[in-house]
Design a protein around this ligand. Structure first.
Ligand code: BEZ
Ligand code: FE
Length: 289
């Protein structure tokens, strides 16, 4: 097409994809192009605004590394990671709802026995909490031998890999449910923290007039052969930002209650939280319907 105009530009680009490409590539790119061009027309995007966006993306690339993916942070504050998670992990049975993984997971955390503490360094004013519960299948049977990775920020609002003063793998652990499907570990009451906002994601938050804070939460990654994996978070019912999480990841069913520990207990608080996971057999039967 030689005479590109405001009216035919979208069709021209879509037509350029008439080669032998997978149908899914075509489906995704056609929709992306239609929405992107329509958005530019709707806001009558100026050339300077386009150039500003390109420079902003360059800065996002520049600050990204193995340890920091600025594009994930950007997608988080736009609600895009949580939307991808909700589209991909729609609960089909009565299983515990998932939420975002976030950028702070580390593989192979210390393997710890049931009831052990993930605290390697104490912070002034910290409150310790014994977290326990049962992992059930969606039929209500306890599931033994489930692997559970847990991780959380320290009372200074930093995950250990963000903070040279914390020991390696502080506030991380890998546990397994016992023969009754029960897990237990000792942690610190999680505090709200700002997602990293010294880069392009922070610039965008400012542009949008939003803050970077997340409510206090503990992350969980649950897996067992034969079951659908679960990545989720438990939120402290008393934390700030439950109603305005900067990454939109809070779900009512993931709010847990940290209560005062009984007299003589070795932690300040206790929290019970049960999970439900679904077996792959159930997933298959739903997919086959
Ligand atoms: C987190 O929960 O660790 C997290 C999620 C999204 C962006 C930043 C942090
Ligand atoms: Fe987090």
């Amino acid at each position: 097409m030689r005479n590109i105009t405001l009216d035919n530009i979208t069709d021209a680009v879509i037509k350029s994809m008439d080669g032998d490409i997978p149908a899914r590539n075509r489906e995704i790119m056609q929709a992306a192009l239609k929405h992107m061009h329509a958005f530019m027309k709707e806001v009558n995007l100026s050339y300077d605004e386009w150039l500003g966006a390109m420079e902003w993306m360059r800065r996002a690339g520049e600050i990204s590394s193995e340890a920091r993916n600025e594009f994930i942070l950007i997608s988080d504050i736009l609600g895009v990671e949580v939307l991808a998670d909700m589209l991909d992990k729609k609960p089909t049975h009565d299983e515990t709802i998932s939420t975002v993984l976030g950028p702070f997971y580390r593989e192979n955390p210390p393997v710890l026995p049931k009831g052990a503490s993930i605290i390697q360094k104490d912070f002034e004013g910290q409150e310790t909490v014994r977290v326990s519960g049962t992992i059930y299948d969606t039929e209500g049977n306890p599931v033994p031998g489930v692997t559970m990775d847990v991780w959380e920020d320290a009372p200074n609002g930093l995950y250990e890999q963000q903070d040279p003063d914390q020991p390696d793998f502080n506030l991380r652990g890998r546990f397994e449910t016992d023969e009754n499907g029960q897990y237990e570990f000792v942690a610190i009451r999680p505090v709200p923290y700002p997602i990293p906002y010294d880069g392009a994601a922070g610039e965008l938050l400012k542009y949008m007039g939003h803050h970077p804070w997340r409510p206090g939460h503990i992350h969980f990654m649950i897996s067992k052969d034969g079951y659908k994996g679960l990545i989720s978070q438990i939120y402290d019912s008393e934390t700030e930002y439950l109603d305005n999480d900067s990454v939109f990841a809070v779900k009512e069913d993931l709010i847990g209650k940290l209560e005062k520990a009984p007299e003589g207990a070795d932690t300040d608080l206790v929290m019970t939280f049960d999970f439900k996971i679904r077996s792959n057999a159930l997933v298959d039967s739903v997919a086959a319907e």
